[in-house]
Design a protein around this ligand. Structure first.
Ligand code: TEU
Length: 541
């Protein structure tokens, strides 16, 4: 495989609304991001995945775009955006744009036209169907609750929306839609961006009448067409969000010979703490089984081989904070946060850090639904309440899985609102900002931040981290997650105690050098060990 810049890169995701406010309106903005670029340079990242910054009525915080070639007024102007790209490039930080093209906002000019009449030249930009016997066309459901079909009084037809009813799905069958998207992508490429993160890209080819929405028949054809028309041959990075990917499907996207994407986000590990089956989804909680996690992550590590590339992540703006989810966000917060960092960043693939993860930020538990901002959460709450679920169990699910958990403002220092804004923040700031914040992390050489920084450095300095073979050690106590990375004649052993009880284990080889650890250790671990709560280390063996 020909080596690419993004194969030894580390990407940092910014959710602009919650990153840094520069003008006191309580909403993060582009100038705020520019102010913090030096901090990100200090961390050592190579690229920023910027959640959507385009013009949007914010029904889904920017994932409902009304103009792809304009900037959301709350975030700034196109001139600010150009400066952000330039200031990033000066620091070798590329801007990866969020490409949300499965749907637009209902305020996008295309949809405004499309709604006007059945004969309108933009009618076919979206998916319109007649009802069946006065009912919706079929049983397709929206991810944000309820039917995926919405009736339009004026023209007497239903339009498809796999997300909110203010996010109508584009009709990718229409060649004009595809060409308009490619033109817009080239507009951004012309501005010097480093690539694209493609929102729910596995949904773009669908056969709505057969209720096929994911992994549709023309998906890969469209991606090859897009590649040719836009970023192909341009050394840009692309990552597709693909909830429905298996390793075999991931190879279709990311095998360089197929000329589609650099890599995809797969979500198999993300689903391990939910019940599966009819009517069940992420809100139906189940405890994580560590053995399953080891199996799933290891499967992805080995199965892509040279025919694809992995992305590595615990967190994003849709997922709860990992330290609260599968670690311990009170007594062992720092230890478990560092354990997750070590486990993930020593794997093969491109790691993604979600803003605040690098300082060990935690979930924000709400007491009442009135505190929720996220449309997915609010719709689910109303739907399930009507179905007879209790308020208590719904709040429990929301606190475990709700998207607001990851969206609380970044805690920069211990001044009011964690230094995020001088105004009223759009979403509650976690009160633990007085303790957990960037300033405290930067002052303390033992902080979570410096573990991330060191892990990034290790990746830059050691080909083994980027290219080494991965091998899971099967013969361990269940809560010990241990794997080897090997390149040529060098082998590193990564060991993590995925539990808050001390666990005994005898290392399978002699430790020769301690590479990194999350407890202060002056020795090189070797022989029998009693691993402390969430203890993790990497040794050369
Ligand atoms: O997410 C896709 C998606 O399916 C999520 O809604 C996901 O299922 C859910 O949050 C997990 O519970 C992408 C974006 O990342 C998300 O923020 C958007 O809301 C969504 O697409 C629609 O654009």
């Amino acid at each position: 495989m020909k080596k690419k810049w993004w194969q030894n890169a580390v990407v940092y995701q910014i959710y602009p609304r919650s990153f840094q406010d520069s003008d006191g309106d309580g909403i993060g903005d582009l100038k705020g991001i520019i102010q913090r670029l030096d901090y990100l340079e200090e961390l050592g990242i190579d690229a920023i995945w910027l959640s959507p910054v385009y013009k949007s009525p914010n029904d889904d915080n920017g994932y409902d775009i009304s103009d792809y070639e304009d900037i959301m007024a709350e975030f700034g102007t196109m001139a600010d955006m150009e400066r952000l790209i330039e200031e990033g490039n000066k620091r070798n930080i590329k801007m990866i744009m969020d490409l949300v093209v499965n749907h637009t906002s209902d305020e996008h000019a295309w949809f405004v036209e499309s709604k006007k009449s059945k004969e309108n030249e933009y009618r076919d930009y979206y998916v319109w169907r007649d009802g069946k016997g006065g009912e919706v066309p079929n049983g397709l459901r929206s991810t944000f609750s309820g039917s995926a079909w919405e009736f339009d009084e004026e023209t007497g037809q239903y339009f498809l929306h796999l997300f909110s009813k203010r996010q109508p799905d584009l009709n990718w069958e229409n060649e004009k839609v595809r060409q308009a998207v490619y033109k817009m992508m080239n507009f951004w490429i012309g501005k010097g961006v480093g690539g694209f993160r493609m929102d729910v890209i596995d949904l773009i080819s669908k056969v709505p009448d057969q209720e096929i929405t994911g992994n549709g028949p023309k998906l890969h054809e469209y991606l090859q067409e897009m590649n040719q028309a836009t970023f192909g041959g341009k050394d840009l990075m692309t990552v597709g969000e693909t909830w429905g990917a298996t390793p075999e499907i991931a190879k279709l996207y990311s095998n360089p010979e197929r000329h589609e994407l650099s890599m995809v986000f797969q979500f198999e590990h993300v689903g391990l703490d939910q019940e599966h089956g009819e009517g069940k989804d992420k809100w139906d909680l189940k405890p994580l089984n560590v053995a399953e996690l080891k199996k799933v992550l290891s499967k992805w590590q080995v199965s892509l081989g040279n025919e694809g590339w992995n992305s590595l992540f615990w967190n994003n703006h849709d997922l709860p904070r990992i330290v609260s989810r599968w670690g311990n966000d009170t007594v062992y917060r720092e230890q478990s946060a560092k354990m997750f960092a070590i486990l993930l960043h020593m794997m093969k693939g491109t790691p993604y850090i979600y803003q605040g993860e690098e300082i060990g930020m935690t979930n924000y538990p709400i007491k009442d639904i009135s505190e929720a901002e996220d449309i997915e959460t609010i719709n689910m709450y109303n739907e399930r309440l009507a179905l007879g679920f209790s308020n208590e169990e719904l709040i429990e699910s929301i606190n475990a899985k709700g998207r607001d958990n990851a969206r609380t403002p970044i805690q920069w220092d211990n001044s009011a609102n964690g230094g995020f804004t001088t105004g009223t923040p759009w979403l509650h700031v976690n009160p633990n900002y007085t303790e957990i914040n960037v300033e405290n992390n930067l002052k303390d050489p033992r902080s979570v931040f410096y573990t991330y920084k060191k892990l990034i450095e290790l990746r830059k300095k050691n080909d083994l981290v980027v290219w080494g073979e991965y091998e899971l050690l099967e013969d361990t106590p269940e809560e010990i997650f241990a794997y080897k990375r090997t390149l040529d004649d060098e082998t590193w052993l990564v060991v993590a105690n995925f539990s808050e009880t001390p666990t005994q284990w005898t290392l399978p080889a002699e430790g020769k050098e301690l590479i990194i650890s999350n407890y202060d250790r002056s020795d090189v671990p070797t022989g029998e060990q009693i691993l402390k709560p969430y203890e993790a280390f990497v040794i050369r063996i």
